[in-house]
Design a protein around this ligand. Structure first.
Ligand code: ADP
Length: 300
């Protein structure tokens, strides 16, 4: 148990314990968008499975359809072809079983920290308001922000905001957590500190996690498995299993080795993309990130 996590009440425990993580399946799922310029094909047929409790990382060039894939699982978008299933049932819209965390924290500035977390529990009708507060407190302690429950969002650092957002995403006790570059906007030092905490929290709450990043070291540090996507329209190019014990150090040489493998795959993909497009921007309107951006400031 995290050192500053108090003993949860039976109500909180019942929220934390009974939901087993879910399995996600995509069967030849495709997505195309109709735009005023014509049809934008975002995803080629993707067939993949995320196992119960697995931490799956999606890596690929900007604009290859990673966020689109998360949105399909979240139920914010629907596939043009094929199927997206959670535990064998077609995803028919958003639900409490799947929570999403974005790069931008999307917290409400007019609410304090605990009320932001409670907000995510508003639709849990069976909880009384004091239960909601207790659940929110429990998750704020889990992300080591118990002492900041009455602070306002503007008073927090970037890393703390993301931890509030994580507490808010965890509080409804989803079976699946969908994370779209959640640490992407943070400086390297803050991120590095968060990886340790994030691993502890994920081990403790055991969710099925689909995590999008373009930071190869982050992918190697956090993932059980990494799927590397081609440029748009995205399809799975390579799968790398990260069979390292946890918790993993961000600068562990074994993490570096896997990060190097992922980067090598991405470099090949970028080289192919640059072979047909200008260096500065892709024909899809997405800037092509220089290879250095896939390391970010972390080195490798
Ligand atoms: P990534 O997350 O890998 O950067 P996205 O999933 O955001 O990529 O986008 C994939 C492609 O689909 C891009 O070319 C993007 O412009 C396009 N796209 C995404 N959402 C929409 C939308 N709602 N309408 C039109 N095109 C979209």
């Amino acid at each position: 148990m995290a050192p500053d996590t108090p003993n949860p009440s039976p109500e909180v425990l019942s929220l934390e314990q009974p939901v087993p993580p879910a399995k996600v399946s995509l069967l030849s799922a495709t997505k195309a968008f109709a735009t005023y310029k014509g049809i934008v094909e975002a995803l080629q047929p993707v067939t993949m499975e995320v196992r119960e409790g697995e931490f799956l990382v999606l890596v690929g060039p900007s604009g290859c359809g990673k966020s689109t894939l998360l949105n399909l699982i979240a139920g914010f978008e629907f596939p043009t072809g094929g199927m997206v299933l959670v535990d064998g049932k077609t995803v028919s819209g958003p639900g409490f079983d799947r929570m999403v965390m974005f790069q931008e924290h999307a917290l409400f500035p007019w609410l304090n920290v605990i009320d932001n977390v409670i907000f995510g529990l508003k639709r849990k009708k069976r909880l009384s308001s004091s239960d909601r507060r207790e659940v929110a407190r429990y998750y704020l302690n889990l992300v080591h922000l118990g002492k900041f429950e009455t602070a306002y969002i503007h008073e927090l650092s970037g890393g703390m905001k993301q931890r509030v957002a994580l507490a808010r995403a965890l509080a409804p006790n989803p079976r699946i957590l969908l994370m779209d570059e959640p640490f992407g906007g943070l400086d390297a030092l803050t991120r590095e500190r968060l990886y340790g905490q994030a691993q502890e929290i994920f081990a403790r709450t055991r969710k099925t996690i689909v995590f999008v990043t373009h930071n190869v070291r982050e992918a190697a540090c956090l993932g059980d498995r990494v799927l590397i996507f081609t440029s748009r329209p995205g399809r799975i190019k390579r799968e790398i299993t990260i069979n390292l014990p946890r918790p993993r150090g961000f600068y562990d040489p074994n993490v570096s080795r896997f990060a190097g493998q992922i980067l090598a795959e991405l470099k090949t993909e970028l080289a192919e993309e640059e072979g047909v497009e200008s260096h500065e921007s892709s024909s899809h309107g997405h800037p092509v990130l220089p290879v250095a951006d896939y390391f970010l400031a972390d080195g490798i």
